[in-house]
Ligand binder design. Structure first.
Ligand SMILES: [Zn+2]
Length: 164
């Protein structure tokens, strides 16, 4: 009896792991084949990769001065990419003039950003970052225009714009 059981598990266990491997869905990322692991860099590696200003925003959750980014006035059609890893974050179709002095969007490209709550200004704010490299982009508020009512208030230094 014991012999029979162990023989059966000997066959079943490898078979189950093969099936699990086949049926586990692969995670889908917003733009290219690079994965989050490719951007698991050290502080030094990020410093070499980014300008000091972008490093401060993306890796230290800094905020640029209002009205300091040219992207605030960018009105052409195109895509706004993460300055850290080139993942597509926003389309010009969701950009609007919020009057705040930071590039603002009412929606992001699906799957491209993740949020967390920060308490830097005591009042909780929802911080969001690139889902691929984890780079800080800005804060999202609930006073944006329809159809979402969201306002993604983004640092221009954390973005790269490519016109259509
Ligand atoms: Zn990124």
């Amino acid at each position: 009896m014991n012999r029979f059981l162990s023989r059966r598990s000997f066959i079943l266990i490898p078979l189950m792991s093969i099936l699990k491997f086949i049926f586990t869905p692969k995670e889908v990322y917003a733009s290219s084949a690079s994965s989050a692991e490719d951007y698991n860099l050290t502080k030094e590696e990020w410093k070499n990769k980014l300008s000091p200003e972008s490093y401060y925003i993306l890796r230290e959750e800094g905020t640029e001065r209002a009205f300091s980014s040219d992207l605030n006035n960018e009105k052409r059609k195109g895509i706004f990419y993460c300055a850290g890893c080139n993942q597509a974050l926003f389309s010009s179709e969701t950009k609007f003039d919020s009057g705040t002095g930071w590039p603002s969007f009412w929606d992001h490209i699906k799957g491209s950003v993740e949020t967390k709550i920060d308490f830097k200004l005591i009042v909780p704010r929802t911080e969001y970052h690139c889902s691929r490299c984890g780079g800080h982009q800005g804060h999202v508020f609930n006073d944006g225009p329809m159809p979402t009512g969201k306002r993604y208030c983004n640092n221009g230094l954390a973005l790269k714009f490519v016109p259509e």
